[in-house]
Design a protein around this ligand. Structure first.
Ligand SMILES: [Zn+2]
Length: 145
C-alpha cells in the first residue's frame, strides 16, 4: 500500500481502510460455494511463467484461473467511485489496474489458461455456477487430450 497518496481527510482515510484487496467477503463466499460443489482449488497463487501476478482462485489441472475483482480497485462502472480528493491520481491508478488486468488475461491465455473474471458485486451463487461450468468443461477437455 506504499502507492497511496496521503489521505486528505479523516473521512477519506476511513473509507480507504474499508477497501480490502485480499480475502474479501465476496471472494470468500464464492470460494465456500465452490467448495460445497465439491471443487478443489488453490487460492492466491502465482502461476509459472507469469511473474508478479497472483491468481485469486486456481484450478491447476483444468488450467482455469479465476479473479474476483473488487469494484473499487478494478474500476467497475457501476460502483467504482474514487475519492474526490486526488481524483486524477485515483483515476490513473484504477486505469492502470485495468490495463494490468488486460495484460494478465492475455498472458494467461497465451500460457494456455482459461481466465474467468467475476465482479465482487455479482451474486456469489451465480459466480460459483459460472466457474463450476467452465472448470467442468475444461477438465473434460484436458481428459480427452
Ligand atoms: Zn460493481
Amino acid at each position: 500500500m506504499t502507492y497511496r497518496p496521503p489521505p486528505s481527510s479523516p473521512h477519506v482515510s476511513a473509507h480507504l481502510s474499508q477497501v480490502r484487496r485480499r480475502d474479501t467477503a465476496p471472494e470468500m463466499r464464492v470460494r465456500s460455494l465452490l467448495h460445497r460443489r465439491g471443487l478443489r482449488f488453490r487460492v492466491d497463487q502465482p502461476i509459472a511463467g507469469l511473474p508478479r501476478r497472483r491468481i485469486d482462485i486456481v484450478f491447476p489441472s483444468a488450467r482455469v484461473a479465476v479473479f474476483v475483482d473488487g469494484c473499487f480497485w478494478h474500476g467497475c462502472v457501476k460502483h467504482c467511485m474514487p475519492p474526490k480528493a486526488n481524483a486524477a491520481w485515483w483515476q490513473e491508478k484504477i486505469a492502470g489496474n485495468r490495463r494490468r488486468d488486460q495484460e494478465t488475461n492475455i498472458a494467461l491465455a497465451e500460457l494456455g489458461w482459461t481466465v474467468i473474471r467475476v465482479w465482487e458485486h455479482e451474486p456469489p451463487s451465480a459466480s460459483a455456477q459460472k466457474i463450476h461450468a467452465v472448470v467442468m468443461e475444461q477438465a473434460d477437455r484436458s481428459a480427452r487430450l
